[in-house]
Design a protein around this ligand. Structure first.
Ligand SMILES: *[C@@H]1O[C@H](CO)[C@@H](O)[C@H](O)[C@H]1NC(C)=O
Ligand SMILES: *[C@@H]1O[C@H](CO)[C@@H](O)[C@H](O)[C@H]1NC(C)=O
Length: 447
């Protein structure tokens, strides 16, 4: 369910300063224009490659076309945890799509999430090599160029940015509160998280922010549950108050212990449990997959979708376009709508060098892609088929778009097949009706 390599690194803290506050982005480093005192608006900030027009929310025509009447949620604060090595690549797309509809979006600022880590924690700690290098290089474009490939000196399989990431999260929580205290909800995401704002505002309107609630997508490390950070973690105002005010100084205490820990989202869960808040598992609404890898099946077809993770800039742009074309942009997005109005249209009949992640069973005695397709057609339950060059998997359990797969051995090229007619009939059969149900909307499991 969880693999550390699937976690996304970096962290930084940007802030969108609203009339009524709304978004916070966390950044690791101060980028350095003359006179800079630790924060910059993103527009000043070296997004040289992006004209204001393509991504700045001040473009009212763009906001209207993408968001429709949806300009609610001004008591929700969003923090985006990112890092110098990915910020240029990811954040502009995020601003142009996912986060465009956040109301009262004013100037956006980048904050250093690590500026209060004590020097005795950083000194001699190679986890901070990347951070020190960033401070030295200053220019964000050079930082992105030079530091992207940097590895953790203690573990050459791990990106330095990933190692550094764990030091940020607890500070980000505290900084988010300092900047925008007493809001109703705080959503903490990574820069490759896609937020579906229409679902989020409709969902949070049904929950009570005065209860101490910690919502996320359940994962486990060492048999201990936690809310997976990249999928997005939601903390109510009351939960944030408990963490930041009643337990003032938590981040500073943990700075000294973090080096031996794997991940900040896991650590956070242990801390919150100690403070009396256990995770309210909100999967699949808080989601760790993308439109390409979500397994569409009957089990969560009618449920709402608020976040996705591991979104590439292209996928974010695709979702942005999709959201902009929705007839009612204020409606929560369900898996049904995402499948019917986006994914099913992207699915071809066959595709070479492609892994459609067919889930079901392996069909024996099949020796070619054509035979594999034939076997699928003969099996009434088969929706997709995947030929792995020497193995035929018939997908009966769900439907996925999947992703490119290049096999080194030319003779073993992968090929995917989707039984489009059967898939269309299958989608039609599980039509949703009635009100959308949100996780914990009955309030039962919140404290
Ligand atoms: C972006 O907007 C700022 C402030 O309105 C302006 O000074 C700057 O020239 C603009 N940049 C581009 C590339 O249009
Ligand atoms: C936490 O404690 C420090 C030091 O006593 C104080 O300056 C700060 O305002 C407190 N923060 C909060 C959120 O209460």
């Amino acid at each position: 369910m969880f693999s550390p390599t699937a976690l996304r690194p970096p962290g930084r803290f940007f802030r969108f300063r609203y009339l009524v506050p709304v978004i916070v982005f966390l950044v690791v480093v101060r980028f350095s224009l003359p006179g800079n005192v630790g924060r910059e608006t993103i527009s000043e900030w070296g997004f040289l490659r992006y004209s204001n027009k393509t991504w700045m929310p001040e473009d009212k025509a763009l906001v209207d076309s993408v968001c429709g009447g949806l300009r609610k949620g001004n008591r929700i604060v969003i923090t985006v945890n990112t890092g110098a090595t990915e910020i240029l690549e990811r954040v502009p797309t995020l601003l142009r799509s996912s986060l465009l509809c956040v109301p009262n979006l004013g100037d956006r600022q980048v904050f250093d999430a690590l500026d209060t880590v004590p020097s005795e924690v950083m000194n001699g700690n190679t986890d901070f090599d990347l951070y020190r290098k960033q401070l030295e290089l200053k220019d964000p474009v050079r930082v992105a160029e030079f530091l992207k490939g940097m590895k953790d000196p203690r573990n050459s399989d791990t990106a330095a940015a990933w190692t550094l990431d764990k030091y940020k999260k607890l500070h980000i929580l505290e900084k988010a509160w300092d900047l925008n205290p007493n809001m109703d909800w705080y959503l903490h995401v990574d820069a490759d998280t896609y937020v579906i704002w229409s679902t989020l505002v409709a969902w949070l309107a049904k929950l009570d922010p005065t209860k101490e609630s910690y919502l996320g997508s359940l994962s486990f490390i060492n048999n201990l549950p936690f809310g997976h950070g990249g999928s997005g973690m939601l903390l109510s105002g009351a939960a944030m108050r408990s963490f930041v005010v009643h337990h003032n100084g938590t981040a500073a205490r943990w700075d000294y212990k973090m080096q031996n820990e794997c991940c900040a989202d896991w650590v956070l869960a242990q801390i919150l449990t100690e403070y009396g808040m256990s995770l309210m598992n909100s999967w699949p609404t808080i989601q760790g997959e993308t439109q390409s890898t979500i397994p569409f099946d009957s089990s969560h077809w009618c449920q709402p979708l608020a976040t996705m993770h591991h979104i590439t800039p292209l996928q974010a742009a695709q979702m942005g376009d999709f959201e902009a074309k929705r007839k009612d942009k204020t409606k929560p997005l369900t898996f049904e709508e995402l499948f019917n109005d986006l994914v099913s249209g992207l699915i071809p009949r066959t595709l070479d060098d492609w892994d459609n992640m067919a889930l079901g069973h392996t069909e024996n005695d099949v020796h070619s892609f054509d035979d594999c397709v034939g076997a699928c057609k003969r099996d009434d339950k088969c929706l997709t088929a995947l030929w792995k060059g020497d193995e035929c998997v018939l997908g009966t359990d769900d439907v996925k778009l999947g992703m490119k797969h290049i096999e080194g051995d030319e003779k073993k090229r992968w090929k995917s097949f989707w039984h489009k007619e059967r898939i269309a009939a299958w989608a039609e059969k599980q039509k949703c009706s009635g009100e959308i149900k949100f996780p914990f909307e009955d309030g039962k499991s919140s404290k």
